[in-house]
Design a protein around this ligand. Structure first.
Ligand SMILES: *Cc1c(COP(=O)(O)O)cnc(C)c1O
Length: 385
């Protein structure tokens, strides 16, 4: 589904680009300068190594851009993601932080030169050892706590209880591995206290296990500007450093953002196919690029009227996708100018994460065009993100 992006005029925004555009397929706008700016902000603000969670957007162009900005560490979850990263950056350091792997996947990871493996279960640690993950590899014990603050608890699928984490830390240390810890606070988490709680727990567990951590990986979960506000990254970076005072010797830090790095560098424009009363029928929905909406809500969206109509007072609209499935509706109502009509476009912001690689072609939909822009927004009060 990945197409070569059309490179636009440097002065274009999504609105001016669409005004000259004849197509009817949704358009994913990518602003590489916004990705560079966000990457630089992470590197300047985060007190450790910044790596990228590939699943958030596996576009080889995105990976290449991050590599050009100095990134060398990548969180990969499958042999296909390893091959993808290696293809772009042969010297990349691969962190295989999907803690459930088949034996064949473990062997593929060893073959690909994975340097860090997360574990949240004793059988998984034994499996890694049995398949030949050598001493000197990093084993990152992943923990799970009941922590609030994220848009949804993506972190809930994996993670050991504190008791199990203690046993894993001790066993990994006995086996001669470099022992680390990791966690995921949940995605789109704007509350620094989520990191504080996890880091404090890691410090306590490491002390109780008698293990000096080689590194502490504070995961992903960093927020994007999907609500239309500049994401509060610096308070989170500060809270992370402060919380590390709980360690006798604070370990070197790693983070592995997905959404926080890439989401704000892309916006997604979707045409309105029809209006019936207060319902708008869109050219894409929950089986395509808007698949995250049912779980984390609709990101900030604006109407781009096809004919430059004056703004009208807003009304609540129901937004329906293009398939014949009645589930294909965005949650709740979305406030949009009451003049919205057929042929207009909706521009969803912060759509760089969990769109590329996630869309299906259910009912024959799911294709989109791509365009590269030098900027996404005209209004300087809404920075690149
Ligand atoms: C998905 C994932 C991430 C990235 O999460 P975001 O919320 O997109 O930042 C980081 N680490 C692991 C292990 C993941 O599975």
């Amino acid at each position: 589904m990945l197409q070569t992006p059309i490179v636009a005029d440097t002065a274009d925004t999504p609105a001016t680009w669409l005004a000259r555009h004849a197509g009817e397929a949704p358009v994913l706008f990518h602003c590489p300068a916004a990705l560079d700016a966000r990457h630089a902000r992470f590197r300047a603000g985060f007190a450790g190594e910044v790596t990228y969670a590939v699943k958030a957007n596996p576009d080889p162009g995105v990976i290449a851009r991050l590599v050009a900005g100095g990134m060398r560490g990548f969180d990969v979850a499958s042999p296909a993601e390893m091959a993808l990263v290696r293809g772009v950056c042969p010297e990349a350091r691969l962190h295989y932080h999907n803690p459930v792997r088949s034996r064949a996947e473990i062997r593929a990871g060893i073959e690909a030169g994975v340097v860090s493996w997360s574990v949240d279960e004793m059988g998984e640690l034994d499996k890694l050892a049995a398949e030949g993950v050598g001493r000197g590899a990093e084993i990152a014990v992943r923990i799970k706590l009941p922590v609030q603050g994220a848009a949804y608890d993506f972190g809930a699928k994996f993670g050991a209880s504190p008791e199990l984490a203690l046993a894993l830390l001790r066993r990994a240390a006995e086996q001669g591995y470099l022992v680390s810890m990791t966690f995921h606070v949940g995605t789109q988490c704007a509350d620094p206290r989520a990191w504080t709680r996890y880091i404090t727990a890691c410090a306590e567990l490491a002390r109780e296990a008698g293990v000096t951590l080689a590194r502490l990986n504070v995961g992903g979960g960093f927020p994007s500007g999907r609500d239309g506000i500049d994401p509060p990254l610096e308070p989170i970076f500060a809270a992370i450093v402060e919380a590390c005072a709980a360690f006798d010797t604070p370990p070197p830090l790693v983070c592995e953002p997905g959404r926080g790095l890439i989401a704000d560098a892309m916006a997604y424009a979707v045409p309105i196919k029809a209006r019936r009363g207060d319902a708008l029928y869109l050219a894409d929905g929950i089986y395509g690029g808007l698949s995250e909406c049912p779980s984390i809500g609709v990101s900030r969206v604006e109407l781009l009227p096809g004919d430059g109509r004056a703004p009208a007072p807003t009304l609540p609209f129901a937004l329906w996708g293009p398939t014949c499935d009645s589930l294909d509706r965005l949650p709740g109502e979305t406030a949009l100018p009451g003049c919205a009509s057929e042929g207009d476009w909706l521009l969803f912001r912060s759509m760089g994460a969990y769109l590329v690689g996630v869309t299906t072609c259910f009912n024959g939909y799911g294709t989109y065009e791509r365009a590269e822009l030098a900027r996404l927004w005209t209004d300087p009060s809404r920075p690149l993100g």
